[in-house]
Write a protein that binds this ligand. Structure first.
Ligand code: ZN
Length: 261
């Protein structure tokens, strides 16, 4: 069984900013792909914002097991129709790994249902990521902390719904802390938010950061067939109930009608 991973990247900073272009000559998606080098159970491809349908055609998403998302400056350019497509696939069971500034991406905000805001500072600070659950599959092969020499600060309060599990907490040199590794389930899909990855620093060359991304991809993979009817809301009439029953009292709806949305 091969896990089909797809890295989605807006790929804008590399085209406009020499610093980022020099740091990531193959694009940040090129560096992220290296996380999967030599991993025989994972195939990886990439999709870019400027591709037709942002590279997220219906049939391509149907063949994607885990989608990784990096966006920043162009969140607003992602078409709402494509966002709904991604959200539906997560509900059906596709895994989603949201990286760094993807906290403000449309799919993540839509799936969380909260502002997903945070405080931030670009000062090349030291980041110390503490791993809280070392037995979790995402922490496999990692030390108790990951130290990144230079990173952008993200600080609490991070306005997300309470994670089903907080796996990592970051400490920054300037004093702030942040929930850096957070897991949720939405429908049949698993979601993991992983904080590091500011475009001005070489974070996606850090082997421990890439290991988290690789582990998270395996964790988010759901081998079950897509739950394509996840958005259906069928009316089950009394005579079709698992245990047949008599109708009691008044009723508003017609027998077997579809109901309202
Ligand atoms: Zn950033």
């Amino acid at each position: 069984m091969t896990i089909r991973a797809l890295i989605w990247h807006e790929h804008r900073h590399e085209k406009k900013n020499k610093l980022v272009a020099d740091l990531y000559p193959q694009g940040m998606h090129g560096a992220l792909k290296k996380a999967f080098d030599g991993e025989k159970d994972i195939s990886v491809d990439h999709a870019l914002l400027d591709d037709p349908e942002h590279g997220l055609q219906v049939d391509r998403l149907a063949k994607t097991d885990v989608l990784l998302w990096w966006g920043h400056v162009a969140h607003g350019e992602v078409k709402d129709e494509i966002v709904e497509r991604v959200v539906k696939r997560v509900w059906e069971g596709m895994g989603l790994i949201v990286l760094h500034s993807g906290h403000f991406s449309k799919p993540f905000k839509r799936l969380m249902g909260t502002p997903c805001a945070l405080r931030w500072r670009e000062a090349g600070e030291n980041e110390r990521i503490w791993i809280l659950n070392r037995n979790h599959p995402i922490a496999h092969g990692l030390p108790e902390q990951i130290v990144i020499e230079h990173e952008e600060m993200y600080g609490e309060p991070f306005s997300i719904p309470e994670p089903e599990e907080t796996l990592m907490i970051s400490w920054f040199e300037g004093g702030e802390v942040f929930r850096s590794g957070c897991a949720w389930r939405r429908g049949a899909g698993k979601i993991f938010y992983f904080r590091p990855g500011h475009e001005a620093y070489p974070t996606y060359y850090n082997p421990q950061v890439l290991r988290v991304i690789r582990n998270a991809t395996r964790w988010a993979y759901n081998p079950a067939p897509a739950w394509t009817s996840v958005d259906d809301a069928p009316n089950v009439p009394h005579d079709k109930a698992p245990v047949p029953l008599e109708v009691k009292g008044p009723k508003l709806h017609e027998h077997g009608e579809a109901g309202y949305r």
